[in-house]
Ligand binder design. Structure first.
Ligand SMILES: *Cc1c(COP(=O)(O)O)cnc(C)c1O
Length: 370
């Protein structure tokens, strides 16, 4: 049996261990230190974000964004329904109400039309929107940002999956009031676990930094006027992040190459559609995502399992989750249909063309019942 091929395995650059050794020599085995600063600087210079804060998860980054923006009990927060729960949990932490907006077929991401419709017709103005750039592909973010500005709604970009993806040459995560990136184990870069909060607003990032370290007031003893969290990133993990950032463009090129290989081998099959890339954008193609028309994706998954290859259904929309049965939504069936027909294919940057050939050969056999 071949070695298992995962959806998206960690892929170290080679410099990480050396940097971790430097951390050990400095003895800054703590949630602060030189590498935390260096990791923040590398994200700033790569994405063009003005301010950055390294945290222990992407979820923590979203939570701090909501807290700093003053989102609290009973507030409404709009969000992409076609996303991973990590986008949404922090809304619940703040006692706010998530309201789910559907995708459009042009991007598979949040529909600017539905967003605008909701904001024109709602009685109570939402405080913020959390928009996800799913599978590393940019949402129609310029339009979405314009709509938010017009209606006075804060914009938080969940770019957990889309580090390095751009729209009009500008990085996803830098269009909004806040952006977040994740460095969990299966993301395009990983620190084993971690996140980054970015914002054009320095005061907000300073406030988020204050909350992320237990909200200690500037006294010689521990003095507290507000409650905080323990959300900072370890210097050891930041050392991994610095090593990973050295190869971000290489990783994106490889992810995009894997997508091209899938297209080469499956592009002639009429019932298969690939997740689109909006004109004027560059996705990082974190996971190659496809839909079938007739073929049952469960059968494809099962066949791929048979050759020890991981695949996963598209994320189940939030408005369909038992947890959110009572949540408000503006949906038109788009994400529901995608979820019913779609699959994420193995897209690890350690894969070669022969791996994609083997996987697609299996998929073709299921489709053509060979
Ligand atoms: C991974 C992910 C998150 C959460 O990030 P963590 O670092 O795992 O907390 C949030 N949103 C999306 C869309 C994600 O894929």
């Amino acid at each position: 049996m071949n070695k298992r091929i995962f959806l998206s395995s960690p892929h170290m650059s080679g410099s990480e261990l050396g940097y971790i050794k430097e951390v050990f020599e400095s003895n800054y085995i703590a949630p602060l230190g030189e590498f935390v600063n260096r990791f923040e600087d590398s994200i700033k210079s790569y994405t063009g974000a003005k301010n950055a804060l390294a945290l222990n998860s992407g979820t923590a980054a979203i939570h701090l964004a909501l807290r700093v923006l003053g989102v609290g009990t009973g507030d409404d927060v709009l969000a992409s329904t076609f996303t991973f729960i990590g986008s949404i949990n922090a809304i619940i932490y703040q006692g706010a109400n998530p309201i789910f907006i559907d995708s459009d077929l042009e991007s598979w991401n949040l529909s600017p039309k539905l967003l605008n419709k909701y904001l024109l017709e709602c009685e109570k103005k939402p405080k913020a929107l959390i928009v996800t750039h799913l599978y590393g592909m940019s949402a129609d973010i310029e339009k979405i940002a314009d709509i938010c500005r017009l209606h006075g709604v804060y914009l938080i970009e969940d770019a957990a999956e889309s580090l390095g993806a751009t729209y009009g040459g500008k990085h996803t995560g830098t269009f909004g009031d806040f952006g977040i990136y994740s460095f969990n184990g299966n993301k395009i870069l990983t620190t084993s676990g971690g996140g980054m909060l970015v914002s054009p607003n320095e005061e907000w990032i300073n406030k988020a930094r204050f909350y992320s370290t237990q909200a200690k007031e500037p006294f010689i003893h521990y003095e507290h006027e507000e409650y905080g969290y323990n959300y900072r990133m370890s210097n050891v993990l930041a050392a991994i992040g610095v090593g990973q950032m050295e190869v971000i463009e290489e990783r994106i090129a490889k992810k995009r190459q894997i997508f091209e290989w899938y297209k080469e081998f499956l592009g002639d099959i009429e019932e298969i559609s690939f997740m689109p890339e909006l004109p004027n954008s560059r996705g990082n193609r974190w996971l190659t995502a496809i839909t079938f028309v007739k073929t049952d994706y469960h059968k494809v998954m099962q066949a791929l399992e048979g050759i020890n290859v991981e695949s996963r259904p598209l994320w189940k929309p939030m408005h369909m989750q038992p947890l959110f049965l009572d949540a408000k939504r503006l949906v038109d069936g788009t994400s529901e249909v995608l979820f019913g027909k779609g699959l994420c294919l193995a897209s690890s940057t350690t894969m070669g063309r022969d791996d994609v050939a083997m996987i697609t050969d299996k998929i073709r056999k299921v489709i053509f019942k060979a």
